[in-house]
Design a protein around this ligand. Structure first.
Ligand code: F3S
Length: 296
């Protein structure tokens, strides 16, 4: 069996920043609570809970004396106001790339532009971003939803609009949407807000899946960026989405296996998967070297 790990597998800048922020608070002897699970990764959340970090559903549930940590997806304007009203101590781990979309949403309204955000309307990042709009906005999941939107709201072809994408939006889908917006809308300002880390991870996953027999995508089942990686890989070869090493399938000998992981997957879980594969499969590869190389 030949195994290759995508260089971009695992924590992105924003996820690492959020985890570091919590660790830093604990290091300073503070008690911390996170507003929702810090990352879409149950193993990491359990690990933090074991260190005393609470997960709360709303700012008002923050236990006395705890610092409330806002996760990298960001929060809605209403939540920001509630935190302020309650006078809570908080640490804002909203990724700066997500903050940029909040800013664009707010500015679009000020410039009387209808805001169109491409992404999952149920995702906290998207809910947070559109909460900053003071004027009309729409959320499109994909290119076909954009086509329907333009059919139902013909005025969008002439009025000023601003378009942006959820940071983890599918690159190929965004390119299709852009092409349509440029062709159909006469006054569209478009902002490429897909995070570089996401674009790079998706491209590497696509390339790796194209040359492997099987892909393993490691990440939380609720993680949208992990799900997208799974979709991309599944179009190229047989793909398995797993959360942890114990979920690894068994493979016939002689296959080439590619591994990638979502932005909220800690290096420790990727390492565990590699170690398990090394134990189960006889391979001539030097796993110690590969672990060091891929998890640098
Ligand atoms: Fe930020 Fe990009 Fe990660 S937007 S949270 S660095 S995927």
């Amino acid at each position: 069996m030949r195994i290759e790990v995508a260089k971009s597998a695992g924590f992105c800048f924003g996820a690492k920043r959020a985890v570091d922020m919590v660790q830093e608070l604990l290091h300073r002897g503070e008690k911390a609570a996170t507003l929702g699970a810090l990352l879409h990764n149950p193993q990491l959340v359990e690990e933090l809970e074991a260190k005393g970090v609470k997960v709360v559903d709303a700012p008002r549930d923050t236990p006395e004396g705890h610092v409330l940590v806002l996760r990298s997806h960001g929060v809605t304007l209403e939540v920001e106001r509630e935190i302020e009203r309650l006078g809570l101590r908080f640490a804002d781990a909203t990724c700066p790339f997500v903050k940029k979309i909040h800013h664009l949403a707010g500015c679009s309204s000020e410039e009387n532009r209808t805001f169109i955000l491409f992404g999952d309307p149920g995702h906290p990042e998207v809910k947070g971003a559109v909460s900053h709009c003071k004027g009309p906005y729409f959320v499109c999941r994909d290119h076909s939803e954009l086509q329907n939107l333009l059919k139902d709201h013909a005025e969008l072809t002439n009025v000023p609009i601003a378009a942006a994408a959820q940071t983890t939006f599918h690159m190929g889908e965004w390119e299709k949407c852009l092409e349509t917006l440029k062709k159909v809308c006469t006054n569209a300002a478009v902002f490429d807000t897909i995070c570089n880390a996401t674009a790079k991870r998706q491209k590497e996953a696509l390339d790796l899946a194209g040359k492997c027999d099987v892909m393993i995508v490691i990440g939380g089942r609720d993680s949208s960026n992990t799900a997208k990686l799974g979709d991309i890989c599944a179009r190229q070869c047989r793909t398995y989405l797993i959360e942890k090493a114990s979920e690894l399938p068994t493979f016939p000998a002689g296959l080439s296996v590619g591994i990638t992981a979502g932005a909220s997957t800690p290096a420790s879980i990727i390492k565990e998967v590699l170690v398990t594969m090394a134990e189960v499969n006889s391979t001539e590869q030097n796993f110690e070297e590969m672990l060091e190389e891929s998890l640098k």
